[in-house]
Design a protein around this ligand. Structure first.
Ligand code: ASP
Length: 316
């Protein structure tokens, strides 16, 4: 039995799916509307680029960089902070047709980690660059610097103050969870008019993580992956996703089972047997135009657009 919520669609290319993270998404109606509108608009813009002939990799980079800039989600400007109050961001990008990947981990300097991941993919001989090396690379290529986000800093300080409350203030601790976990990791997968798939994922990681902690998002095959047949972007507790290489597991299962829905459910079943529910979600797209959005958390901000829809499908 899978513990998750699954949505599946089939469509003609081009297609783009985005997510704004799996999590509690305990938000009021206004916030829900604001997030839904933001994703809808982003999908329309991204789809126009695909229709004009942009390649999947350009469009997933574009979509994720906009999600990073929004400040609404836990990535880029909106990144969560580690236990010392510092943003250490992870991101990865991959092109399915050539199976080229680039990623950055623990980057502190750059405004758009996804752009830096693309530089790693295209301008270096490496796949993953972390820490100071990533920051130096961003400066070398003249990428913009991330501004300090005062509202995130306030959230960090508020939570820190409340966390030192005696444990019998249980309700207050629950409120902190709501204060702190507004948005989550972001990701996009796309199939362009040429039939090429690409995937991109970006995150600030998990609130109050230890300095130096790296999640699944910059690990190819874990938080992001694309080959000729499938593209995937995952979200949730990175330690669970990377342990079973979730995205690659879905892609390999698809190769053997020839059924994207079964491949997804089987891979999540393994994750859930090990770690339980309330752990992860993913968006998955096949070269045949099959779309799957799966999460075993309370919600996942998600949406897609394709030629078979008159307007984007968005839900949280
Ligand atoms: N997967 C991310 C990480 O563990 C977090 C998330 O998706 O919210 O870093």
């Amino acid at each position: 039995m899978s513990l998750g919520h699954v949505e599946r669609f089939k469509s003609e290319r081009p297609i783009i799916i985005v997510h704004g993270g799996a999590g509690a998404w305990d938000v009021d109606e206004d916030t829900r509307r604001r997030i839904t509108d933001f994703i809808e608009k982003l999908l329309v813009e991204s789809y126009e680029l695909l229709m004009k002939g942009s390649e999947a990799v350009d469009v997933v980079e574009y979509a994720v960089s906009k999600l990073e800039d929004s400040g609404i989600f836990n990535a880029g400007y909106g990144s969560s902070l580690n236990i010392k109050g510092v943003a250490e961001m992870d991101a990865g990008i991959m092109i399915g047709s050539v199976m080229k990947a680039g990623a950055v981990a623990m980057s502190r300097y750059v405004k758009n980690p996804i752009k830096l991941a693309r530089i790693v993919m295209e301008k270096t001989d490496h796949v993953l660059i972390g820490g100071e090396g990533a920051d130096e690379l961003a400066k070398l290529f003249g990428l913009e610097k991330r501004e300090i986000n005062e509202s995130i800093n306030r959230r960090y300080k508020d939570a820190l103050n409340k966390k030192i409350l005696p444990p019998y203030y249980r309700k207050n601790l629950e409120i902190i969870d709501r204060v702190i976990s507004l948005g989550d990791t972001v990701g996009a997968v796309a199939l362009d008019i040429y039939g090429t798939l690409a995937s991109a994922t970006s995150t600030g990681g998990i609130w109050f993580k230890l300095p130096g902690r790296i999640g699944d998002s910059p690990i190819p095959g874990a938080g992001f992956y694309a080959d000729r047949n499938v593209a995937c972007s995952a979200t949730g507790v990175g330690e669970t996703i990377m342990t079973i290489s979730l995205c690659r597991s879905i892609a390999l299962s698809y190769r053997y089972l020839n059924d994207l829905y079964k491949a997804t459910v089987e891979s999540f079943r393994e994750l859930e047997e090990l770690f339980g529910g309330n752990t992860a979600g993913a968006i998955i797209l096949s070269s045949l135009g099959e779309i799957i959005m799966y999460y075993n958390t309370k919600g996942m901000a998600r949406g897609f657009i394709s030629s078979s829809l008159s307007k984007p499908y968005v839900n949280i």
